[in-house]
Design a protein around this ligand. Structure first.
Ligand code: FAD
Length: 317
């Protein structure tokens, strides 16, 4: 048999959906800009570079920000491993230690004088590490997230295929100021991790920098840092959407998710994202109320032959 065995190309059916009022996009910080770019809304040539007809030249995908998390890990002797019986109350009563997301210990700090807000957020978390087939060992993570960083990244298209992942470039630590904050953050974390009060629990270093010299700390930060999963900024309020979350110059389109935050909050993002959704709901509802009210007024005006009064609920005349 010639040609590929059993190969078949399936062409997905295309379906057009229309909406009466507006589209509210809330696919998150990576996928909202991707969907917009796939729809021809993007910076100058970006959609066109992928064969997509450009519709609006707007800064989407720019200004990506996130909280970078730097942590050290120590193996512990006692006190941070799984507690026998702790899972017991979870299923029947929804109570007990297993309802914790383990991130309950933390705090905010300024790493230098003169800052008007904290620039790091501490976390301390118990964990278990795999130590071989079927065995684990208890450990303790001490870490800090960098707040108020100035490095900016970008979300762009990898392909015109809707199923393809977007290209995400965070540019963490690209700006010297952020690298300096990372050094101060790691030193603060190490000071806590090596406090005498923790000596009794600390069994061995597991993941720590080679020394507290700038070079070793920065190498460690670049190699071991993680996201704290708080990206924002790719459909920013001001440059991309207006105060009512409407996309500049594109009618019938709003964005309502964490991508509209122009700068990253100095704390976890979920509450702020929920508030953006709540605000969007209020804006949409109030606009519908206006539309309904003006329709009622117009109808009342037609019935009486006189223009309806502008005060909602007021008697005409
Ligand atoms: C692992 C993790 C842990 C976190 N922990 C915390 C925490 O402890 N505290 C805190 O405050 N914040 C936390 N966050 C951050 C918080 O979850 C986010 O800030 C928040 O969810 C952002 O809301 P959003 O609406 O912008 O996006 P999302 O919540 O990501 O919602 C976007 C939705 O769009 C859907 N979607 C995307 N593309 C498409 C598509 N093409 N078609 C249809 N649907 C699509 C996605 O499936 C998703 O449901 C965490 C995030 C992660 C990932």
């Amino acid at each position: 048999m010639n040609g590929p065995l059993g190969a078949a190309r399936v062409t997905a059916a295309q379906e057009a959906l229309y909406c009466e009022r507006e589209v509210v996009l809330c696919a998150g910080v990576y996928n909202s800009p991707q969907l917009l770019m796939l729809s021809g809304i993007g910076i100058a040539d970006e959609p066109a570079a992928h064969g997509i007809e450009p519709r609006a030249d707007l800064p989407v995908g720019e200004s990506l920000q996130d909280h970078l998390h730097l942590s050290v890990i120590h193996l512990t002797g006692t006190g941070t491993g799984p507690l026998p019986g702790a899972a017991g109350p979870l299923a029947p009563r929804g109570r007990g230690l297993h309802t914790s997301d383990v991130g309950g210990v933390g705090g905010f700090a300024r790493t230098r004088e003169g800052l008007d807000a904290p620039d790091i957020q501490f976390h301390a978390m118990p964990m278990v590490l795999p130590q071989g087939p079927g065995t684990t060992t208890p450990a303790l993570v001490n870490g800090a997230a960098l707040l108020g960083t100035t490095s900016r990244g970008k979300v762009s298209l990898r392909s015109a295929q809707p199923g393809a992942k977007p290209r995400v470039l965070h540019n963490y630590l690209a700006i010297p100021e952020d690298r300096e904050t990372a050094l101060r953050a790691l030193r603060a974390v190490l000071r806590i991790a090596y406090r005498p009060a923790l000596r009794v629990h600390r069994r061995a270093d597991h993941l720590v920098p080679d020394s507290d010299g700038d070079g070793d700390l920065l190498t460690f930060a670049r190699r071991e840092a993680n996201t704290l999963y708080h990206p924002v900024g790719t459909c920013a309020l001001g440059t991309f959407v207006d105060r009512e979350l409407r996309v500049h110059g594109v009618s019938g389109l709003r964005v309502a998710d964490a991508s509209v935050m122009p700068t990253l909050v100095r704390g976890n993002t979920n509450a702020a994202a929920i508030m953006i959704g709540e605000k969007a709901a209020d804006l949409i509802r109030s606009q519908r109320h206006d539309v309904t009210t003006s329709r009622r007024r117009a109808t009342a005006g037609r019935r009486t032959g006189r223009p309806a009064r502008s005060r909602p609920g007021g008697a005409a005349g």
